[in-house]
Design a protein around this ligand. Structure first.
Ligand SMILES: [Zn+2]
Length: 450
């Protein structure tokens, strides 16, 4: 008698492939995999469905804390699309105080497992460098470094940097901090490149150099939104050559041709429209005043001046290049999701079902097991998570049961939090967090310590 069993499904494992089997789960681990019908205190019927390792989202943006608790926002959208582990603190941002965030999860639980990167922009501010266009002094970099060491000691999975958001950060500053990350062989440095569009290859080259010079394990964040302006193929071959030369590099992609950011950020500084080859109407307001409208020059200026912290979506990338980036054997699928007051980009609630429904089932441009690998085992290895990301006896029971005929994203730019079809059951550490495609209210997720 197991604590939980899953009968009748087909296992889909990134290494062993697809085969019919039933699962017995004891506490938080997979105890048994076999052809016999298992008996459990709780049972999941998976007839006609695949049982996959839960999706591991290497790139997400967590919500803040309110009275010591985490707002539901992105965690709920993530779990409903099959994510069982989420990495926050990306693009240089992140939980302001890692220890408070960790405490909140340890005290109240969470619907999924959470790992955090330490955000460079926050370290920078804490070190007294408040001008994102300004260079940091040697002393400030030293202060950042000691704060980074503290965060790594507290269990951060690495450092995240958003060079496009802090243009004043020099390559030397990044090199210094990367050396510290490189002292730990299980941590990552995840970087949102310095330039997108026209200058994106230069930006990719900078990150390859940082990884080469320091030995830090480099993850290039959401590559497509930087290079899908006619530069993706060249960027992929640069990454491939560097990786073949032994540099520890990885990259992730989200399956959309529009990006989302805060309108006040340096991404939208003078020259951005020329860089992307678009006009103001390519930018859609998704939060605050004018929400739902495409920008005019007047709306754009007004939003930047008065609501710089509000999100907009820019329809500027080439979808075919996004495909090609996803198809690359090194590509990891990650959402870059962020939900603020129910608003944001549909990738936050649609990424994984969209890849499986649209790109695997409908268009056949990715193999099913390959796609699952890019969502589970590959990110688990990148994060050195150990016993997650596969379906194996002794591994954590983080599982997503989905109906391949039904699976598809439903989130849109108008309704970015609409949950997908086809994600039936999600299990985190042996406990159901989604049943019949609805949240159960269970909070078995843990802070993933290092
Ligand atoms: Zn980013």
């Amino acid at each position: 008698m197991y604590d939980l069993v899953i009968n009748g499904g087909e296992i889909i494992d990134p290494v062993d492939g697809i085969y019919p089997a039933n699962l017995g789960i004891e506490k938080n681990r997979i105890a048994s995999i076999g052809p016999e019908i298992m008996k459990g205190k709780r049972e999941v019927e998976a007839d006609g469905c695949y049982v996959s390792p839960g999706f591991i989202d290497l790139h997400s943006h967590e919500n803040g804390l309110k009275n010591g608790s985490i707002e539901k926002g992105i965690f709920e959208s993530s779990v409903l699309m099959g994510v069982t582990t989420s990495v926050g603190g990306n693009c240089g941002m992140g939980p302001v105080a890692l220890s408070d965030y960790r405490q909140a999860i340890e005290k109240h639980g969470a619907p999924l497992n959470y790992a955090a990167l330490s955000g460079h922009a926050l370290l920078r501010e804490a070190a007294g460098c408040t001008d994102r266009y300004g260079h940091a002094t040697k002393k400030q970099v030293e202060k950042m470094d000691s704060l980074l060491r503290e965060a790594l000691h507290e269990g951060a999975s690495g450092l995240s940097v958003g060079l496009e958001y802090t243009p004043g950060a020099s390559t030397e500053e990044v090199l210094e901090l990367s050396k510290t990350v490189a002292e730990y062989d299980d941590r990552l440095i995840a970087v949102h490149y310095r330039f997108d569009g026209e200058r994106s290859l230069e930006a990719v080259a900078e990150l390859i150099i940082v990884a080469r010079e320091t030995g830090a394990r480099m993850q290039i964040s959401h590559l497509g939104s930087g290079t899908a302006f006619g530069k993706t193929d060249e960027a992929l071959s640069m990454i491939e050559s560097a990786s073949n030369a032994g540099i520890d590099l990885g990259f992730d992609v989200y399956p959309y041709d529009a990006f989302c950011s805060l309108i006040g950020s340096p991404v939208f500084d003078e020259g951005c429209l020329q860089r992307w080859g678009v006009d103001y109407s390519a930018i859609k307001v998704v939060e605050g005043k004018y929400s739902g409208q495409l920008c005019t020059p007047e709306i754009f200026m007004e939003k930047r001046a008065h609501e710089p912290q509000s999100m907009v979506v820019a329809f500027v990338m080439d979808e075919k290049e996004i495909f090609r980036a996803m198809q690359h054997p090194m590509a990891i699928i990650a959402s870059d999701g962020r939900i603020i007051s129910g608003q944001g980009h549909p990738r936050s609630a649609g990424t994984f079902p969209r890849v499986l429904g649209k790109y695997v089932r409908e268009q056949g441009c990715l193999d099913l097991v390959d796609a699952i690998n890019k969502m589970t085992s590959m990110p688990a290895e990148r994060l050195r998570l150990g016993s997650r990301g596969r379906i194996k006896e002794g591994f954590f029971a983080d599982l997503t049961v989905f109906d391949y005929d039904q699976i598809i994203d439903r989130a849109t730019y108008e309704e970015p939090t609409l949950s997908p079809d086809g994600i039936n059951v999600v299990i985190v550490n042996g406990v159901e967090v989604v049943k019949s495609s609805k949240m159960t209210g269970n909070l078995p997720g843990v802070f993933l310590d290092r």
